[in-house]
Write a protein that binds this ligand. Structure first.
Ligand code: AMP
Ligand code: ZN
Length: 111
């Protein structure tokens, strides 16, 4: 989708600080990090949110999360995975993305 920011990042039209890429997904550093490690993982195919995505894609993304947290060095200290969805979820970019946050103790509940 030409008007979608993360589709444009996935296509390489907008630069990103890439940490992982394969045929199906891309992971890159969040431009406004909320933790020492803050990575966004997206499917290259456009889904507006998790409700629009098929279970296979959702499972694949989570498999990559497990791999990435090890590569990012936050598997032992711990991490938080967040999928903001819709208005109350305060989703600002309407392309499914998984936030991977680590490197500090996370507060609960989130603000
Ligand atoms: P959400 O609020 O869950 O939709 O998250 C969108 C995230 O995308 C926010 O954490 C933004 O900081 C991040 N973001 C927006 N534009 C960019 C960009 N060009 N590169 C990397 N991250 C971005
Ligand atoms: Zn998109």
């Amino acid at each position: 989708m030409e008007n979608c920011l993360f589709c444009r990042i996935a296509a390489g039209d907008i630069p990103s600080n890439k940490v992982y890429e394969d045929e199906q997904v891309l992971a890159f550093r969040d431009i406004d990090p909320q933790a020492p490690t803050h990575v966004l993982l997206i499917p290259k195919k456009h889904f507006a949110n998790i409700l629009e995505a098929d279970s296979e894609t959702i499972a694949y993304l989570h498999g990559i999360v497990k791999k990435l947290v090890k590569e990012l060095g936050i598997d032992e200290t711990g991490f938080r995975v967040v999928i903001n969805t819709g208005e109350d979820g305060q989703q600002t970019v309407k392309h499914l993305h998984i936030h991977i946050l680590g490197g500090r103790s996370m507060q609960w509940p989130p603000g």
